[in-house]
Design a protein around this ligand. Structure first.
Ligand code: SF4
Length: 201
């Protein structure tokens, strides 16, 4: 295991685990952020835009919605990208799904293959606040049995860190369109706004 974050990031960039296991992932691995970040945001996996063009997490259409949400908590995108650490459960673009109209969801095996990297990032960045975005990232902290509706809008203390989950901001998500769910998202953003001020993030 790497002793510091730059060393870990080099190991992640060289990772071929999924390709060697036969999964059609497309690199490079995507993550970014401040080595001294006190807030870590964890998504599901990068998309085509992130992998092929920008090489920055959440820089496609879902990212637009995410940063629209974060602006309501007082974070401007440039500031957030400079001050926080952004990564994901699996770090390479999984490729398109069978229909060709969206991205393939990483399998449980791919999530397991990449888990060591995420766990090491958590240890080395050591954030006080973690924002898992979407079901796959939320499962890392709450297990598979909890429903989004029971978790979004809450603020939790797990392993010494404050966890504020958000749903995935994909335009394809019907979950985020429901009025009662939007109220939960507003509550989550209020938690982030308070934390930003309280902890001077
Ligand atoms: S998704 Fe993770 S485990 Fe798979 S090849 Fe990319 S960095 Fe390695």
């Amino acid at each position: 295991m790497a002793d510091d974050l730059p060393q870990l990031q080099q190991q992640i960039k060289a990772c071929q685990r999924c390709a060697l296991a036969g999964y059609p992932v497309q690199g490079p691995p995507i993550f970014s952020g401040n080595i001294h970040a006190r807030l870590m945001l964890i998504g599901q996996a990068p998309g085509k835009m992130e992998a092929n063009q920008t090489h920055k997490p959440f820089s496609g259409s879902a990212g637009k919605r995410l940063f629209h949400w974060l602006a309501q908590a007082g974070w401007q995108e440039t500031d957030f990208r400079q001050r926080c650490y952004m990564t994901s459960v699996t770090k390479c673009f999984p490729g398109p799904n069978k229909s060709g109209r969206g991205d393939r969801a990483p399998t449980r095996t791919e999530q397991r293959l990449c888990a060591e990297w995420l766990e090491a990032e958590l240890v080395l960045v050591d954030p006080e606040v973690v924002v898992p975005v979407g079901k796959m990232a939320i499962e890392r902290f709450f297990g598979r049995d909890r429903k989004l509706v029971d978790l979004i809008g809450g603020r939790y203390q797990i392993d010494g860190r404050i966890i504020v989950p958000l749903p995935h901001p994909s335009g394809a998500s019907s979950w985020i369109q429901k009025r009662e769910h939007q109220a939960l998202i507003v509550r989550a953003l209020q938690h982030l706004s308070v934390l930003k001020k309280q902890l001077v993030l």
